[in-house]
Structures are given as structure tokens and as C-alpha cells.
Design a protein around this ligand. Sequence first.
Ligand SMILES: [Zn+2]
Length: 343
Amino acid sequence: MHQVEFKPEQHKKYFRRSLDILPSESAMFDCSRLTILYFVLIGLDVLDGLDLLTEEHKRSIIEWVYGLQLVPSENVLDHKCGFMGSTTVIHLKNYPSCEKYCESNVAMTYMALCILITLGDDLSRLNKTAILQGVAALQKPDGSFKSNYEYGESDLRFVYCSLAVCFILNDSSLINVNNTIHFISKCLNYDGAFGQNPGTESHGGSTYCAIASLSLLNKLNDVINSKKLKILERWAVNRQINGFQGRPNKDPDTCYSFWIGATLRIIGSLDKINKEKNKDFVLNNANFLTGGFSKDMDSIPDPMHTCLSLCGLSLVEMEGLSPINPALNITERATNHLKQIQH
Ligand SMILES: [Zn+2]
């Protein structure tokens, strides 16, 4: 495998196009269009390509995102506030009989906040109290968090999203942080990595969620002592084939260049991998006709793998890409904007 040329302009065009039109296979994401917007905008920011959007376009995106915010009202209960994933579902709030289905999802809330920060918004139109109450209502007695109030599943993914929302809003006072740390530590396996729930197989995605969560809480050392850190480092470094796999005996997939790469960056061990091999794998999964990255050679590009491929390339210092904040998965530029509006 030889390294193919990196064509940032082509990937910018791929993202720009994805804002207007998507292939018919994407129809199933209609209820979570916010996730596509998140990957497109974070990816564009990593490419330093947000100037491709006019100020008016940015403003209209910000309006669209704020339109997905559920605030307390007759039909929306306090503990269900936060963000929904699409205008397709937000209209439910106008129908009293749909009360049960009118609820936020903490992954959508996390992504909405990241989008607003990335576009330079000052978050002043958020109902912060309602969002934080919504997050707190998702916490279970074992310290984990559900995705949404009714029937939501709970695992490390939603622990991460909940903690990231509290971090961005600079307020963890409504959640039980100690219980959360206890839950995360129970997901740690003998091989040094984390499963999605206690007793489940270690996985690159859940390991990222655990390590990024602890990093946001500034409690990494409380759960991972130096001996455990070495075991985790060995597990993560051994996931490299050329690119990275999510679990042993699986094929490599471009998104794990971010999930595992960011994990290694947070624990200070990214220099232990073969960065050039990783770059080769990711660049070889770029589509040279349409732009964008796919998860592997047999797939078509999608916004998620394009964004996470670029974040993975940024971590290994690919020239021309903006540095990212590995624990929040937004750029350092956007993180600095967040710091400014937090004060
Ligand atoms: Zn993937």
C-alpha cells in the first residue's frame, strides 16, 4: 500500500455538498439529521474550511439547531429538556397526545452544543437549567446515563455525552459524579480496556468514552493507576493493523484512527503507534472521485467516517489540518471559543 495524495479541497466539497443533498441511503437518518450536521461541521472545521459557508448560512444553521431545543412547556416536561435530532420529530411538541415521545436525547444535546460552539455562537439562547435537569434525569442509580428518558438504553456512550454536556455548560452540580466514576471503573476489563457496560467485551469506542469522560472530569488517575495505564496502552497500541480495529480479530476501520488515536493522545501514548502506516490506511480509504472517506475499501464515504478520518489524521499531525481537542472532539479553535464564553 502506498500513500495516496491528501486532497483537502475535495473533502471540503464533499462536506459542503452533504449540507444540501445526501444519497437516498441516508433517508434512515432523517430523525437524527443533527448527527450528520455535527460530522459535517466538525469535519469542515478540522479542514479549516468553515469559510466555505457564508455568514448568513452559518446563522441559518444556528437558527435550525436552536429550533431543536426542547424547553419546558405545557407539553414538554422539565426532565425531558435538551435537544431532539431533527425537525421531523420536534413538531411532536405541538401535540399533547405525543407528550411521551417528545423528549431530548443526550447524544443530540452534546452534538447541538458542539455545533453551536464550532459556529461561534455564544450559547446565550440555551435554557441551561432545563438542559442540566434533563441530563440529571437520565442518570441511573448505578451512575450510568440513559440516552433518553423513556425506554433509553444506558451505557458508556451516554455517560460520555452527559459529562461532555455538563463540561460545556460548566456545571456538574445536578449529577452524582462519584457514582459515575464508579460505573466507569466497573466497565474496565482485565485486558486494560473498557466495555460498554460492566462485564461486556472491551471495545475501542467504549474505551474512548471512558477515557474521555475521566479526562473531562479530571479524574483519569483516580481510576487508571500507572500499572493499569500500561495495560491499556498495550491493548490500544495492539489494535493497529495498518489502520486501527475496534476489537481484536476485526478488520481495521477508519473511525478507529480517531477512537483509539484520541484515547492514546489523552493518556500521552500516541507516539507508540506507527503514524505513517495509520495515515496510509486512512488516505487509501478516501474516495478520489467524490471526496469523503469510507470505513474500508468495500464501503462508500459517509460524513461520520469522513469526519473521524480527518480527526484521526489531525491527531497524527497531518499537514494542513487543525488540531483537535481529543476529549471533546471539536477543534482547539472551537475549544478556545468555548473557554471565552465560559468566563
Ligand atoms: Zn467505523
